[in-house]
Design a protein around this ligand. Structure first.
Ligand code: NAP
Length: 255
């Protein structure tokens, strides 16, 4: 038997949330592992920077300005990927937002916005991606959930965010079972505290110290540390892995 391959050479991928943070690093990481990458984010972000970084690896890229809450824009983005790069085989859905408010005061609009982007946006992304993958003979999807889908973070007032991420984990399992006999695997990766712009602001420095002391490995993750787990699930090395959630949290959920 051949050794398992973690390479994803010449496969065509789409990454949502690719203009910043984890999604941006994953778009570059997929290219480093051989994929051509469609980079999707809201218009106005730094998609051009991500596309340039992907191209520096020698792989091809296309910028896809789109909103993950808009089914029509997702369909158009997937069509653009297939036109410019080839049949879609891999997808990583990392677009997301976070904010906080005490539950008793949270306006329904704030609840709905987080659910719309983080949960409905992931479902609509999977739907658009899978329609192409079902036509093309299969693929592999990784949705970025969060350890907040498993725990309620100490001190963070974000019932809407936590609920959205629990939903991402479970919609991933549901879609894995719906598409299991048609060649599509669906999994989620749940990062712990990760050093992205969201967590590097001076005003959250005290909170970051708390995050670090809550983490058995004693620090936040770097975005680089999300690449291996995501590429593993996308690759043929994970050919018998579907419907699972891989927690990448430095051990937070052990305590
Ligand atoms: P980030 O740097 O803010 O990146 C998220 C990206 O998603 C941004 O470029 C954002 O654009 C984009 N986005 C937001 N709404 C969108 C929409 N409707 N359509 C398309 N793109 C949209 O955040 P991050 O920390 O890298 O987080 C990436 C993912 O990891 C999120 O799903 C987050 O919940 C998850 N996560 C993060 C951590 C952490 O500690 N950082 C931990 C666990 C899970 P704008 O900047 O224009 O809003």
């Amino acid at each position: 038997m051949a050794a398992p391959s973690f390479r994803i050479d010449d496969r065509v991928a789409i990454v949502t949330g690719a203009g910043s943070g984890i999604g941006r690093r994953l778009a570059i990481g997929l290219a480093e592992m051989g994929a051509h990458v469609g980079c999707l984010d809201l218009p106005g972000g730094d998609l051009a920077g991500t596309v340039a970084a992907v191209e520096e690896t020698g792989r091809r890229a296309v910028a896809l300005p789109a909103d993950v809450t808009r089914s029509d824009e997702l369909t158009e983005a997937v069509a653009a990927v297939e036109r410019d790069l080839g049949p879609l085989r891999l997808a990583v859905n990392a677009a997301g937002i976070a904010n906080a408010a005490p539950a008793e005061d949270m306006p329904v609009e704030q609840w709905n916005k987080v659910i719309d982007v983080n949960l409905t946006g992931v479902f609509l992304s999977c739907q658009a991606e899978a329609r192409a993958m079902l036509r093309g003979g299969g693929g592999s999807i990784v949705n970025i959930a969060s350890m907040s889908g498993t725990i309620a973070n100490r001190g963070l007032l974000q019932a809407h965010y936590n609920a959205s991420k629990a939903g991402v984990m479970h919609v991933s399992k549901s879609l894995a079972t719906e598409w299991c006999d048609r060649g599509i695997r669906v999994n989620s990766v749940s990062p712990g505290y990760t050093a992205t712009p969201m967590n590097l602001r001076a005003e959250v420095a005290e909170r970051v110290r708390q995050f670090e002391s809550d983490t058995p490995l004693g620090r936040m993750a770097s975005v680089d540390e999300m690449v291996g787990p995501v590429v593993f699930l996308l690759s043929d090395a994970a050919s018998f892995v579907t419907g699972t959630d891989l927690i990448v949290d430095g051990g937070v959920t052990c305590w």
